[in-house]
Design a protein around this ligand. Sequence first.
Ligand code: GLY
Ligand code: MN
Length: 463
Amino acid sequence: MFPTHVYIARRAQLKRTLGSGLVLFLGNREVGMNYLANPYPFRQDSTFLYYFGIDRPNLVAVIDIEHDREILFGDDLKIEDIIWMGHQPSLSEQAEAVGVREVLPMRRLLSFLKRTRRQGQLIHFLPPYRAEHVLALKDWLNIAPQKQKASASEALIRAVVAQRSYKSDEEVAEIERAVNLSVEMHMAAMRSARPGHLEAELAGMVEGIALSAGGRPAYPIILTVNGQILHNHYHGNKLEPGQLVLGDFGAETSLHYAGDLTRTFPVSPRFTTRQRDIYQVVLDAQLHALSLLRPGVRYLDVHLAAAHRIAEGLKALGLMQGDTEEAVAHGAHALFFPHGLGHMLGLDVHDMENLGEDRVGYSESQRRSTQFGTAYLRLARELEPGFVLTVEPGIYFIPSLIQQWKRKEHCAAFINYKALDRYRSFGGIRIEDNVLITKTGYRLLGEPLPKSVASIEALRAAS
Ligand code: GLY
Ligand code: MN
C-alpha cells in the first residue's frame, strides 16, 4: 500500500473537483468459479484501490462531501470465518492505514443510503461492470439494471478519469516494477522456447514467474504461434521450426499496477527472410511512433503515422501499392493493422476502460473514427505529461479478413491481393512497449527488452 497521505490527498482532490454530493464506491466481491466457496482469484475494483487502497472483498466506501465524512462499510471476520481464513487485520486498522476514521457494519449501509436519498442528496456512482453490483444498485438505490449506465455520474466519471490519467511518481515506480517483472517473463519465454514445446508450457512458465514474485498476470496470457488472432488465449499448439511465437503478456504487482509487453520471435534460432522483412516494418513503425511522443501530440496522429510507416513498408515488399497517403486515408492498412496503436496503462491494463473508452481516450471535441481499424483506437487524445501508455503496432495476415476484402475487392487499388496468397499462413507480429510521457518527450519504462532482429536472434542463439 502507498503511505496514508497518498489516499487522503487523492480523496481530497476528488472532493474539491466534485464539490457536492455523496460518492459511493463499490468494492468488489468474491465471484464463484463453480460455487462461491471456490472463487476466482479476488481482484479489487481499481477505482476503489485508487481512493481507498484496501485489497479485501465485501467493502463499500462513501465520501459525503457536504457533511465531510468518509465511511468504510464492511464487517470484521467472525470466528466462523477465522477458522477458514485465519486472522486478518481489523477493518478499523485497515481504514486507519488509508486515513479513513469511520467504519460501520454493512447492515447499516441500506438505511444510510435511504436517509441520503430522503434528504435529496445527490449520489454519485460509477457504471457497474459486475453483475453483483448491478443487483446491489437495484437494491440500494432502486435503479433498474438497464438504467444504471445512464444514471451513473458523469461528473464522477470525469473527475476519476482526470485524476487517474496523470500518474504520480509513486505510481510510475509501481508500474515500472510491473514492467520489469513483465520483462523477466518475456526474457524467460524467449530464452526457453524450443521446437516441440507446447505453448502451454511457456504460458505456464511465464505465469509462474509473475506469481513467484508476488504478482499475477495483468490479463490472460497471449502466447501463440497464431499471432494473427489478436487476443488468442489458446495454448494447445506445439512449436514448430519456422514458426513465429507472439507473446503478449504482463504482470500486475501486489498493488495491482500493470505492465503490458509484446514480443514476437522465431521458434528457430533465426527469422526467415520473409519474417525478418515484415518484422522490420513493424519495428520501424514502432520506433517511429515512439519518436513522435511528447506532450501536445494527438495519439490519433501517432497512430496514423505508424499506419503510414506500415503501408510504406508493405509497399516496398510488394504487398501494398498506390499512394501511401491515400491508402491510409482509405483505411487500406487496416487489413494488416486492424487495431489501435495503444492505450492508457495503470491499475488496469486498459486503464479505466470500465469508465468508457471515449471518456478516457478521447477529448470532448474528438469523435471516434468509424473507419475499420482506426475505430478500435482506444487512445486518441493529446498526450500530456504523466500519461502512461502502450505503443503496440502490428502486422497480421488474417486469412478470413483477407478473403472477405478480396471478395469485395475492398481497397483493391492499394492492396496486391495476388502477392498476399503466399502469406496466408504467415501469422502475425506485434511489438509493444510501455512509456511515460514526460515534459519534453517520453521515457521507456522498465529494463530494455530485446526487440531488434539482431538482439532477438542473439538471445535465441545463446539459449
Ligand atoms: N495486452 C492486450 C491488449 O492490449 O489488448
Ligand atoms: Mn496492450
